[in-house]
Write a protein that binds this ligand. Sequence first.
Ligand code: RB5
Length: 153
Amino acid sequence: MSILKANKPVGLCSDHAGYEMKSLIEGYLEAQGIEYVDFGTNNAESCDYPDFAHPCAEAVERGEVYPAIALCGTGNGIGMTLNKHQGIRAALCWEPELARLARAHNDANIVVLPARFISPETAINIVETFFNTDFEGGRHQRRIDKIPVGKSC
Ligand code: RB5
């Protein structure tokens, strides 16, 4: 089963450093007939990634979008912000194998791309791999269940 069988629109968010690559990914999604919700930013002017990450994370938590794609220059700032949300497992991926493992082992619900460090081709390959990999469950589910603070013992 592909992650896209969830039949929800994909969420997207970025800051200015990720804006161009976010636009490219939106073009890819449109070409594939995949619906999406864009939480911004909507231009290349300097901005603050939390302003776009929090609304995107909240929409994932509410089940309105799934999965989501997030971008900033390094992927770190926006990823840190997203992972403050209890229902979010955001994974920073700079090559497709990391995206495969983020889905298979971590059931990541947001893929985070370091826009200033990967090519457009790599970005699309990461997104495709993320979308097409299923969570393996089993021992990985047990570990994921222990991620929330206070649930490890
Ligand atoms: C913006 O210059 C840059 O700091 C931001 O995109 C990101 O890399 C932060 O983590």
